[in-house]
Design a protein around this ligand. Structure first.
Ligand SMILES: *Cc1c(COP(=O)(O)O)cnc(C)c1O
Length: 466
């Protein structure tokens, strides 16, 4: 087949650069960048002709659309890709949407610190080198009862670091009911392997007794590890060993007991109508030697892995070379300090930490927000059937997997397009609105829509239909 008939139709670079639309782009962007896109687009076109020479329609369409494609490529390259979105899914810790949102106040404090120099690692009293953990270590100790603390990149890093520092080439005993996998390839056996620790599984999936642990203790045992089954529940004929019993066993044999508690819950959630989730304080009180948890799950802070416990072990962990590779930066240190500050008073935490605020929302308030938004959106009733529906929000982020919270959603059923197209359009506006689609209807759960965002939703939909 003679492909030249197609190749001849591809405009030459010089003539592309003379195109009015491209000329406009050249005013805003560097010539190199424009040329790169021109080359990439024409190469894609040649490849298409080569690979699918029989596809005449597609090839002609792409040739005619070449300028548009170059413009789009440039647009994608020069516009910011990471942006704010509105979470109308009702999943509070939506992993794909960045888990825990940070309060404006905490972000503002961090902005102040990172746009200039700070005492990140400078002890202002002594006038010499300080520790990046000093900004929150005392507060964590105060809140949780732990002697010392540090923070690393995330909880996966925390587990890896603890095991590397305490159990390399030695045995760690874990219950078979707690060999957890968290989304994104965190698996307890794999992390153990990576750390150099040797996994000793005990008990069965549904039942593990204290004697199961005790029978496997040898001079090679470096630690007993408890992992919170944050994202699943084993129910029915089950038994696991309490942290109190495990701590006592560790003491008896002088072996440290480590707990990966997953979410950093510092408040008793059962007083807010949720299922009780084990708190960090409770574990420390029970005698756990080293505990770790996520910064951006129920704690409601930045991505981080917080490690707290007995000073002797925390010092060892701080000194481990891997810690240097996993350390947090100044953004995280600043936000962590702000978040822990809120926890000094539980009431303040419930009010000022967005995740806790969303958990603790009054159902009547959510209903009112839904009514307010649906009323606003009535301006578009020509295009949308608008209603309010009861719905169920969830925690997400692999926390409280069975918990559902009653909530209210605005339902939007498009009249002039399919719901699939509507959902796609809403994903591609300036501030994308991410919701749930059910029975050809788009739902926005108001629990996860933050203050002031109803106007943003309104503006976005207005632009779509204008
Ligand atoms: C979420 C979770 C992790 C991983 O934490 P990240 O902060 O996401 O790295 C590890 N262990 C448990 C038990 C968890 O729930």
């Amino acid at each position: 087949m003679d492909l030249n008939k197609y190749y001849r139709k591809i405009p030459k670079v010089d003539s592309i650069l003379e195109n009015e639309k491209i000329k406009k782009l050249l005013e805003k962007t560097s010539r190199e960048l424009v040329l790169d896109c021109v080359r990439e687009a024409t190469e894609d076109l040649r490849k298409l002709i080569n690979d699918k020479p029989d596809n005449e329609d597609e090839i002609n369409h792409e040739i005619n659309n070449l300028i548009g494609k170059i413009a789009l490529m440039l647009d994608r390259l020069t516009n910011y890709n990471m942006k704010k979105v509105i979470n109308g899914t009702g999943t509070i810790l939506h992993t794909n949407l960045g888990r825990a949102p940070i309060s404006k106040e905490a972000a503002e404090r961090a902005r102040n610190i990172v746009t200039g120099y700070s005492n990140l690692e400078f002890d202002l009293e002594q006038g010499k080198r300080g520790s990046r953990y000093s900004h929150f270590e005392k507060i964590i100790a105060k809140i949780t009862g732990a002697e010392a603390a540090l923070a690393v990149n995330n909880n996966a890093a925390a587990v890896l670091l603890i095991l590397s520092a305490i159990a390399k080439d030695k045995e760690v005993i874990v219950s078979r009911g707690e060999l957890v996998e968290i989304g994104g390839s965190f698996r307890v056996p794999d992390v153990m392997k990576q750390s150099g620790g040797i996994l000793v599984e005990v008990g069965t999936t549904n039942k593990t007794h204290l004697h199961d642990y005790e029978e496997r203790i040898t001079p090679d045992t470096a630690a007993l590890l408890k992992v919170h089954t944050s994202n699943y529940k084993i129910v029915g004929f089950t038994e696991s060993v309490s942290i109190e019993e495990l701590s006592a066993l560790g003491k008896k044999y002088n072996i440290p007991v480590i707990e990966d508690i997953g979410s950093g819950v510092l408040t008793d959630l059962s007083s807010y109508g949720l299922t009780y989730e084990p708190t960090v304080q409770n574990s420390i009180k029970a005698g756990i030697d080293v505990i770790c948890f996520s910064g951006d799950k129920l704690l409601g802070g930045p991505q981080a892995g917080i490690i707290a416990g007995k000073k002797h072990y925390i010092d060892k962990i701080k000194k481990h070379p891997l810690n240097r590779a996993l350390r947090i930066d100044k953004f995280t240190a600043a936000v962590l300090e702000s978040v822990f500050h809120e926890y000094l008073e539980e009431e303040k935490a419930m009010e000022n930490i967005p995740v806790l605020k969303m958990i603790n929302m009054n159902i009547e308030d959510i209903k009112q927000s839904a009514e307010k938004l649906s009323k606003k959106l009535k301006d578009f009733s020509e295009f949308l059937d608008i209603g309010i529906d009861e719905c169920l929000s969830q925690m997400g982020g692999g926390a409280l997997p069975l918990e559902r919270m009653k909530s209210y959603a605005v339902s939007l059923k498009p009249k002039t397009m399919t719901c699939t197209s509507f959902e796609r359009e809403l994903r591609n506006i300036d501030v994308p609105v991410i919701g749930r689609v059910l029975n050809d209807t788009f739902y926005i759960d108001l629990r996860t829509v933050l203050e002031g965002e109803d106007q943003v939703i309104y503006d976005g939909i207005k632009n779509l239909f204008k």
